[in-house]
Design a binder for this molecule. Structure first.
Ligand code: NOJ
Length: 559
């Protein structure tokens, strides 16, 4: 049976950077409300809002201090209610980010848990995961040598308890103990609170880390001991049965590193866990495994186009007819897509359009990340102090300890850090880019003078206009339910596919790289006419087989 969430188009808002409504330099709910029409005009109808809860902002709100309160940075509960009402009035939906895996260390639960003299310590101690120190040669050691996702050890010692607590993110984000029934009960209460206010769904943060290996073996980095362990499905099923299904919500689970094998368990039509998941399969297809100075995602390498295509193809195949897929290029945890897989200098416009064409005619539910529609780029931060992300500072130290120079470390941060995708939305070319009247919480990208919404609304050939056309085409032709055939998955430069939609077929042909190339039509081109393109029409028509740098075309054929 067709579900309402299969037909939505999601726009992800990083609240802190979208629109300041009260002049304090920080994006907020009133600001977002004032921009709902931009989202609607773009062609999206659902907003995923990054965490809006009360928080000390160690990780920009993914560290929640009070699940029932809106951060004063963002407004009030009334503002939130107004957001829901204003969205619904426009026929739009609101999805909120929900963090199940951890809280802030300033959350009252943790305050009680970490202090044996606290009157509620007995109840809250086991809300978190505590382990005694290991002792080696009279020296106190962490229970395991695991490394967390921000590059830091996963255990922090607490003197009052004389024990360590587990945190797979920053030390200000202690992990909840999902084996404890009281935790599950408390989190269900939180979910119900927001459902009663009227949200339409949740994006579940870090949703495949709820279970840990309680044998706590040593391993480095040790992700396998706190990711995708079988028991976490039990917790998700419990939530699904009791909370998600009865309310007909849309549930998007963030499950970094999840396998396609697990896909149906998460997002199969008969699964009660998620409706779709975010897996990052195609997101880091350009790492250099030989780089030991700034390793992992920080090691920028050659883009492996087949890897990107195969990830889309694999996930499509795994879920086709049996579950549902989400499609997206990136989010607030990645560099800006045009800087990452395209070219943010000479071929900025071509490559940004190419990325739009290659993604948005694929089946599934699309997620557009704020600023992507105007081709916002990475930010050329000059000094370490320009960065804001908690992860950056630990990793900078790690890079230096690995032997990299300040410059090499800075370049890795500039290329890959999450802050690239968190700079203020570029509404216009004015001083603070129309984001705020005052100095924003993080620097506006200098290129806002020529990359901004206002300018692109005025130009017929702009990227924004391409997004509008693509999204409206998608909706009209029911592309979400289309049937895709990929061509040349092994080809190192092309990104080609055919999408059979409701009444027509779309043929997307793209050169994913800068070097010009010749390519034949992978199928008989008769009946197809050129519909969207990144270079000029005449050239594309005259030299149908030759593709310039990042050139992409979309042909359409009525059936
Ligand atoms: C995943 C979120 O997307 C990321 O931004 C955050 O830092 C971690 N989960 C921790 O909540």
């Amino acid at each position: 049976m067709r579900k309402w969430w299969q037909d939505i188009i999601i726009y992800q808002v990083y609240l802190r950077s979208f629109q300041d409504g009260n002049g304090d330099g920080i994006g907020d709910l009133p600001g977002l409300i004032s921009r709902l029409d931009h989202i609607k005009t773009l062609g999206a109808d659902t907003v995923w809002v990054s965490p809006h809860y009360d928080s000390p902002m160690d990780d920009n709100g993914y560290d929640i201090r009070d699940f029932h309160k809106v951060s004063p940075d963002y407004g009030s509960l009334d503002d939130f209610r107004r957001l829901v009402a204003e969205a619904h009035k426009r026929g739009m939906k609101i999805i909120i980010d929900m963090v199940l895996n951890h809280t802030s260390d300033e959350h009252p639960w943790f305050q009680a848990a970490k202090d044996p003299t606290h009157p509620e310590h007995g109840h809250f101690r086991d809300f978190y995961i505590w382990q005694e120190p290991k002792w080696e040669k009279g020296e106190r050691k962490r229970p395991t040598n695991w490394t967390g996702f921000f590059g830091n050890p996963t255990w922090t010692y607490n003197e009052l308890m004389d024990e360590y607590y587990l945190h797979i993110f920053s030390k200000k984000m202690p992990d909840l103990n999902w084996r404890n029934k009281a935790v599950r009960k408390a989190m269900k209460k939180v979910l119900r609170f927001w459902i009663d206010i009227g949200v339409d769904g949740f994006r579940l943060d870090a949703a495949n880390h709820l279970e840990k290996n309680w044998d706590f073996p040593d391993a480095s980095p040790g992700y396998e001991h706190f990711s995708s362990l079988p028991k976490h499905h039990e917790y998700l099923q419990e939530l699904g049965e009791e909370i998600f299904e009865p309310h007909d919500l849309v549930i998007i689970g963030e499950s970094g590193g999840a396998s396609t094998k697990e896909a149906l368990q998460y997002a199969g039509f008969d699964s009660e866990e998620f409706d779709m998941l975010i897996h990052f399969g195609h997101c880091w297809a350009d790492t250099d495994s030989k780089n030991t100075l700034t390793p992992g995602k920080w090691a920028k390498g050659e883009i492996d186009v087949p890897k990107i295509k195969k990830s889309f193809a694999r996930w499509h195949e795994a879920l086709q007819g049996k579950g549902w897929n989400a499609i997206y290029w990136h989010n607030h945890d990645h560099p800006r897509i045009v800087s990452h897989y395209g070219d943010d200098a000479r071929y900025w416009k071509e490559s940004a359009k190419m990325l739009a064409l290659t993604l948005y005619l694929l089946p599934g539910t699309p997620i557009v990340y704020y600023g992507e529609e105007i081709g916002m780029t990475n930010v050329d931060y000059e000094r370490l102090e320009d960065f804001r992300d908690v992860e950056v500072f630990t990793e900078y130290e790690n890079f230096r300890a690995n032997g990299s120079s300040h410059e090499v470390a800075m370049q890795a941060l500039r290329d890959r850090s999450r802050d690239n995708a968190r700079s203020p939305m570029q509404w216009n070319g004015d001083k603070h880019a129309g984001f705020s009247q005052t100095t924003p919480w993080m620097p506006v990208n200098k290129n806002h003078v020529h990359i901004n919404v206002k300018d692109q609304l005025e130009k017929e050939e702009s990227l924004l206009k391409v997004y509008q056309r693509l999204l409206s085409e998608r909706r009209k032709e029911d592309v979400a339910h289309g049937d895709v055939t990929f061509f040349g998955l092994e080809h190192p430069e092309t990104f080609n596919y055919l999408l059979r939609a409701k009444t027509c077929d779309y043929l997307v042909l793209a050169n994913f790289k800068e070097t010009p190339l010749e390519m034949e039509f992978p199928i008989d081109p008769s009946g197809f006419r050129l519909f969207l393109y990144t270079s000029d029409r005449k050239r594309a028509e005259k030299k149908a087989t030759s593709f310039g740098p990042y050139e992409a075309r979309m042909y359409k054929r009525k059936r």
